[in-house]
Design a protein around this ligand. Structure first.
Ligand SMILES: C[S@@+](CC[C@H](N)C(=O)[O-])C[C@H]1O[C@@H](n2cnc3c(N)ncnc32)[C@H](O)[C@@H]1O
Length: 282
């Protein structure tokens, strides 16, 4: 007989990372937390499932896709190769959007553009008050939207506040929609960038990564149009590339945003651009 503990040991020896081994075994034996079942006997079916996952992992497939899930703020998201793997810096972007939306008096509407797995929009839905919150999540990719829909199904009651639509940026967002906060983690890597990790380029969807020759096509288009969908004093929160702060600040200024701020991620890189839509009365 083989125990879960022994399976973790043998998997760690193969994959070379104890945490990764534990997470893989956790999924294979469907136990979370693993500590409670370490002395349990494993079944052939669990071992077969683990073998498949370890095989995929060893080909260089990202751990998150192999596991089929990844943690983002308070969520446990389903992820596969149809969506970007949610990143820690985006947790900060979502947190900033939550704070701006929470500060709104009365009912609040938020749009998450390019929602992918739904990481940002579903965080907003689950962290903001159930009453008076309206979240719109968009993506151009029907593959991504299928994943976002699956994740929406997992959040329970806050799901009632969420509308998911397919739209190329603002193209199919209802014209009358006026948001308090628009948030996006758009694709922002230059098309021919050589700085992209091979595993990212090979496994994550190109549409989620690349955006024109300078990486700024999506950011430009969002900033150019966001004012049409923001209430007076509404806020635009954008994740940007570490070298795009000047460009983002320039675009925000050019298109009428005020109180522009660039915030850093935990590594000290400029990664979040924020602008307030000037009051129409000004
Ligand atoms: C960097 S990913 C972000 C995904 C998710 N919001 C996150 O933070 O993990 C960018 C997303 O924008 C979507 N996207 C790319 N081009 C788009 C477009 N023209 N209109 C709407 N969404 C687009 C991609 O499909 C992808 O899901």
């Amino acid at each position: 007989m083989t125990t879960v503990r022994e399976l973790v040991e043998s998997t760690a020896a193969i994959v070379g990372d104890r945490n990764h081994a534990r997470w893989l075994v956790e999924v294979a034996v469907s136990a979370d937390p693993l500590d409670e079942v370490l002395d349990d006997e494993v079944t052939e079916r669990m071992v077969a499932h683990l073998d498949v996952m370890v095989g995929r992992y060893r080909t260089g497939e990202p751990l998150q896709y192999v596991l089929g899930r990844w943690a983002f703020r308070h969520l446990d998201l389903f992820v596969d190769e149809r969506v970007l793997i949610p990143r820690p810096e985006t947790e900060e972007v979502a947190g900033i959007a939550v704070e701006f939306a929470r500060a709104v008096d009365g009912e609040r509407t938020v749009i998450d553009l390019g929602t992918g797995s739904g990481a940002i929009g579903l965080s907003l839905a689950t962290e903001l008050p159930l009453d008076g919150t309206s979240i719109w999540m968009t993506d151009v990719s029907s593959d991504a939207l299928a994943v976002a829909q699956a994740n929406l199904a997992g959040i329970g009651r806050p799901a009632r506040n969420v509308t998911i639509i397919q739209s190329r940026w603002f193209d199919d967002v209802p014209q009358e929609l006026q948001a308090d906060v628009i948030v996006s983690n758009p694709p922002y890597i230059a098309a021919n960038s050589e700085a992209v990790d091979r595993s990212v380029d090979r496994h994550e969807p190109a549409i989620a990564l690349y955006s024109g020759v300078d990486g700024l096509d999506a950011i430009r288009e969002i900033i150019e149009n966001a004012g049409n969908y923001l209430k007076s004093n509404g806020t635009l929160v954008l994740e940007i590339g570490f070298d795009q702060a000047d460009a983002a600040r320039g675009l925000l200024t050019q298109h009428g945003f005020i109180d522009i701020e660039i915030r850093q991620d935990v590594f000290g890189n400029d990664r979040i651009a924020i602008g307030r839509w000037r009051s129409h009365a000004v």
